[in-house]
Design a protein around this ligand. Structure first.
Ligand code: UDP
Length: 412
């Protein structure tokens, strides 16, 4: 049923010299009065996508600074994940709302999970809409409730958000990536906290260029030819089809170019396979397009190797809650091109720390520009890395949450 996730250990001290001393000291000062506070994170999946990525770092660091922290994954069967996938799409603007039956399924699984939630939490930290009804169902189980929205809620399907809103309004505190994502009618205290990446994980630690190339070679990449890359779930919002179109424009002028599309398939994403196949057929058997997923053995080190080795990293999303893949690329000092949407412009200043684009054509042109001028790519990459270091590493993220917890405990 509700499954605890085992996350291992991490130590805040290890981040001191990558993130800078000041933020580490701030974290320690904020954590002191929160010692022993019990925080339970609740999310929909322990694998795939940004939320689980973040929690594998955050939960052990919260423990390291003295909180009693755990992470529970809700129970759900395929019918539930179909309904929540539809909800996710609708909340990001899909005109199709859930059917009555799907709403009932969503609510039913929330009831099942609510029953199992332990009593006596200080803070129940609920991630995303899948478990969002927990607060309405069992308000007495925690002293404080926090809802964390990881998606882009700027233009939700009106019927879907209206139906969800009574549940969201019950949370006295909520956290969003950007001010733009806060839906009308949100109650309580709204906090803005953009996410961050962990520079010490296998995905983000420095990898020697030879090692990165060696890994890519094993997936059939010719390491002597230029490589464009997009890492992301196979999802229409991530626009891998548009990336293929951009690659084709580059290919017409630079026949040696290659493209890798690397995407994990999440356990809560049944539509992923359908779209994976659509992407595959759009590639039309081109041998210089490699389409890989976690079932091909692409894990964290491999993602790191592709990001470290690629000549240009792309994230051509048409919707993007934040885009951890963007931060990951910046952190590797890579020339980066991203869709001018959601959390991407928060991270990338056009022409300074990368390029922002609105079409496959613009994306293709920027690729050609970067491939033709490696100095330009290096300059943008260096600036992007500096920005990632300052704004988008774990200690800053942890600090922001501790500020929220302090506000919650003061009120409790
Ligand atoms: N990811 C991965 N393997 C893949 C594809 C994606 O590990 O094949 C990771 C990626 O590196 C990033 C996360 O999944 O850390 C995706 O987070 P993001 O915010 O970019 O997008 P989301 O999937 O949450 O929409």
């Amino acid at each position: 049923m509700l499954q605890p996730v085992h996350v291992g250990q991490k130590s805040l001290a290890d981040y001191t010299h990558l993130a800078g001393k000041d933020v580490i000291e701030e974290v320690r000062a904020l954590a002191e009065p929160l010692r022993g506070v019990h925080v339970t994170h609740v999310s929909a999946t322990a694998f795939g996508g940004g939320v689980s990525e973040l929690l594998y770092t955050l939960v052990p660091l919260m423990r390291d600074v003295g909180l009693e922290c755990d992470w529970q994954v809700i129970y759900g069967q395929e019918e539930f994940f179909h309904a929540t996938k539809q909800m996710h799409n609708a909340l990001q603007g899909d005109p199709q709302d859930l059917t009555e039956e799907q709403w009932a399924i969503w609510h039913g699984y929330n009831e099942l999970n609510a029953e199992q939630l332990r009593d006596g939490m200080d803070i129940c930290f609920v991630h995303d809409p899948q478990p969002a009804a927990l607060r309405t169902l069992v308000p007495g189980k925690a002293r404080g409730w926090l809802w964390r929205c990881h998606i882009d809620l700027s233009t939700p399907n009106p019927a879907t958000i209206e139906r969800l809103m009574p549940h969201l309004r019950e949370y006295r505190h909520s956290v969003f990536h950007l001010r733009d994502y806060v839906p009308d009618g949100m109650a309580g205290q709204v906090h803005i906290v953009p996410p961050a990446i962990d520079p010490l994980t296998p995905k983000n630690m420095a990898l020697a260029p030879d090692d990165a190339a060696y890994v890519c070679e094993q997936f059939g990449i010719d390491v002597d030819r230029p490589l464009l890359l997009q890492v992301s779930r196979f999802d229409p919002w991530k626009d891998p089809i548009g990336v293929i179109d951009a690659y084709r424009l580059v290919k017409a002028q630079m026949p040696e170019v290659q493209l890798a599309l690397v995407g994990s398939m999440a356990t809560d994403d049944p539509e992923g396979w359908e779209f994976f196949n659509a992407t595959l057929s759009h590639a039309d058997g081109d041998e210089d397009i490699k389409i890989l997923n976690n079932f091909n053995g692409v894990g964290a080190i491999e993602v790191n190797a592709f990001q470290s080795h690629a000549d240009v990293v792309i994230q051509k999303s048409t919707r993007e809650g934040f885009g951890l893949t963007v931060t990951e690329a910046l952190w590797k000092g890579k020339p980066f091109i991203g869709g001018d949407v959601g959390g991407i412009p928060l991270q990338v200043e056009d022409g300074e720390t990368g390029f922002l684009v609105n079409s496959p054509e613009a994306c293709g042109e920027r690729c050609l520009e970067l491939l033709a001028d490696p100095d330009l790519g290096r300059r943008l990459g260096r600036a992007g890395k500096a920005r990632a270091r300052q704004e988008f590493l774990t200690p800053r993220y942890l600090r922001d949450y501790l500020r929220v917890f302090s506000a919650m405990m003061d009120q409790a």
